[in-house]
Design a binder for this molecule. Structure first.
Ligand SMILES: Cc1cc2nc3c(=O)[nH]c(=O)nc-3n(C[C@H](O)[C@H](O)[C@H](O)COP(=O)(O)OP(=O)(O)OC[C@H]3O[C@@H](n4cnc5c(N)ncnc54)[C@H](O)[C@@H]3O)c2cc1C
Length: 309
């Protein structure tokens, strides 16, 4: 069976940083990424990135290119299209699937850099909408949504920012939230509430999304048990993110919000398993720079353990 000193699961900013640092510190390391390319959520960032020191890029894809170029120049060992299916923490092995083939890899230390994903509504029609590719970005798809009726679901900053951005392009914008309290910043809320082009519907839940070839309408249910079918052309789900921790559930300690619990060197409750990036960071602090910094901490800490032994 193949053995590596450090096995990193996930090729987003956190995993990339950890791999670069492992390489720099001379640690035998392999990074596995299930997607065809490294980069993680960088592929979902359509706005300009202005908050990463020394690298201001027009979007996430440009930053992905720079990071991967650096990673490849450092000759970091990695495999893409490779999904980790199972972790056996007792034997310190993982089962991976690459194309149709499964194999096992044994590790001394494991770094979970599996990131986070957008929360879903969990209603009929949602997955079909995603599978059809009807996934929009408020900042990048303004032209595609010009003259359309758009529903934005959520009560946080991204929902309110999206509604504001689309209000100058779309024919109608509905912001739908299941409560009357919003998590979004006060100035975002005020800007939307005072915008006559945006209709805010509170205490209202989406119960289904309809459409065969494209979205045609959504079903709504209010707290007072009033039901309504609303004709829309697009739905943007902005319910925040959830950490990708299914692989490790029950094997290391996780908090109530699902995040992997780590100490100040990012070690989990299992001394051979570490977590970095969005998998262990509250959304309030999740960022590219924080993920990269956590990759540094873990690699340096593991290096010190390997030097001691
Ligand atoms: C729309 C949007 C805008 C943002 N804007 C900014 C910004 O301007 N500035 C900023 O600092 N941050 C921004 N962020 C946040 C930033 O992108 C994240 O904090 C960062 O990408 C987290 O990095 P990560 O490596 O922890 O996780 P991710 O980027 O989520 O990467 C995790 C990787 O792990 C892989 N993976 C998961 N499970 C497995 C498995 N079982 N096997 C193999 N691989 C697996 C995934 O495929 C993925 O590639 C934004 C995020 C979004 C969504």
């Amino acid at each position: 069976m193949r053995h590596v000193g450090v096995l990193i699961i996930g090729g987003g900013p956190a995993g990339i940083s950890a791999a670069i640092w492992c390489k720099r510190l001379g640690i035998d390391c392999l990074l596995l990424e299930e997607q065809p390319q490294l980069g993680g959520q960088l592929f979902n960032i359509f706005n300009e990135i202005i908050d990463y020191p020394g690298m201001r890029t027009k979007n996430g894809i440009e930053m992905q290119r720079e990071m991967v170029k650096h990673f490849v120049e450092m000759d970091c060992l990695h495999e893409v299209n490779t999904k980790v299916l199972f972790i056996d923490e007792r034997s310190k092995t993982v089962k991976v699937k690459k194309k149709a083939k499964e194999q096992e890899i044994c590790y001394t230390y494991l770094i979970l850099a599996t990131g986070s994903s957008q929360r879903k509504l969990g209603v009929p029609g949602e997955q079909q909408m995603i599978d059809r590719g009807e996934v929009y970005s408020a900042s990048a798809d303004g032209e595609r949504l010009k003259g359309k009726t758009v529903a934005i679901i959520g009560g946080g900053d991204r929902a309110f920012e999206g509604a504001h951005l689309l209000s100058s392009k779309a024919r109608e914008v509905y912001l739908i939230h299941r409560s009357t309290r919003f998590k979004a910043r006060e100035q975002y809320v005020e800007r939307v509430i005072s915008n006559p082009c945006i209709k805010v519907m509170t205490d209202t839940e989406v119960t289904a999304i309809h459409g065969d070839r494209h979205i045609t309408s959504i079903d709504l249910e209010s707290k007072n048990k009033e039901y309504k079918n609303l004709l829309v052309d697009a739905v943007l789900i902005r319910l925040g993110v959830a950490p990708n921790v299914d692989l490790i559930k029950g094997k290391v300690a996780t908090a109530q919000n699902g995040l992997i619990v780590t100490d100040d060197v990012h070690q989990s409750s299992n001394p051979f398993i570490y977590a970095i990036g969005d998998a262990c960071t509250t959304p309030l602090f999740s960022s590219i720079s924080f993920s990269a910094g956590q990759g540094t901490i873990v690699a340096k800490h593991i290096s010190s353990l390997l030097t001691e032994s």
